[in-house]
Design a protein around this ligand. Structure first.
Ligand code: SF4
Length: 89
């Protein structure tokens, strides 16, 4: 007889980089047996996860153009650094 999974066993199977908003999306996929269409059409508007079911926070203010440009510049620097480290070692 197979041993029952513990809570820790189940947690260990989850992706390690799950953000809270991504966790909501995964829960909605679980709730709808993996159907993105069912999530889109979810009629349970009283569910606390409903506004977040698309894996995005609808209450978050959009990024300003300056912040977006600064983030893009940071990413460029990180990628350039990774590339140079890859060439060195
Ligand atoms: S929002 Fe809809 S799909 Fe997501 S958990 Fe709630 S009831 Fe399920």
């Amino acid at each position: 007889m197979a041993k029952a999974k513990t809570v820790q066993d189940v947690r260990d199977e989850l992706p390690k980089t799950t953000s809270p908003i991504r966790a909501v999306r995964l829960k909605c996929l679980d709730c709808t047996c993996g159907s993105a269409k069912e999530i889109e059409a979810c009629p349970v508007v009283k569910c606390p996860l409903h506004p977040f079911r698309f894996g995005k926070n609808p209450y978050r203010k959009p990024q300003s153009e300056e912040r977006r440009a600064a983030a893009a510049e940071r990413m460029r620097k990180i990628q350039a650094q990774k590339k140079s480290e890859g060439q060195d070692g």
